[in-house]
Design a protein. Structure first.
Length: 168
């Protein structure tokens, strides 16, 4: 419960939290098209190791990026909670739909201005993938810039345009 002395922080939007290797990550909910359970992924020859391949989602071919591999995390077998978050990201020709393979999805939550902290300077190069850190109670989540994660992965170069997904 909030005390009368604590001002309410303005909402900055909502984020979807998910797990990777036991750590909590979040992305802006407005980037997400949908969350789907694991489905067959067709590997692409000579693709980067973090590109799992492509999946056929209701007749639409979507590239799938394995975030564990992309972030250099330990490999793990895909559990029953593993899923794919499909996201719309801008490219040179409009929006591209891409999938992000994650260990599990946690929740959609509002993001208040007082919850977002900048990434501390830890030395070394920065990828630009992290927008900041979200603090809530005793937890910290890494807020990702999903556009940069996908663009830096080369998935937008596949030029598979985003459009309405229709059942065929």
């Amino acid at each position: 419960m909030q005390s009368a002395l604590e001002p309410t922080a303005p909402a900055m939007g909502k984020v979807l939290s998910f797990q990777l290797d036991g750590e909590r990550y979040s992305i802006d909910i407005l980037k997400i098209r949908e969350i789907v359970g694991l489905m067959p992924i067709t590997p692409l020859p000579q693709a980067s190791p973090f590109v799992r391949g492509v999946m056929n989602l209701r007749g639409k071919i979507i590239p799938v990026l394995d975030l564990r591999r992309r972030f250099g995390l330990s490999e793990a077998s895909l559990g029953r909670e593993a899923c794919i978050i499909t996201c719309d990201v801008p490219s040179g020709t409009g929006l591209v739909l891409a999938g992000l393979l994650v260990d599990s999805v946690e929740e959609v939550a509002p993001l208040g201005a007082n919850q977002l902290e900048p990434l501390p300077d830890l030395g070394g190069p920065r990828s630009g993938w992290v927008r900041g850190l979200i603090k809530s109670k005793d937890k910290v989540a890494i807020l990702l810039d999903v556009d940069k994660v996908i663009k830096d992965s080369g998935l937008d170069a596949l030029e598979i345009p985003s459009g309405p997904l229709t059942a065929e």
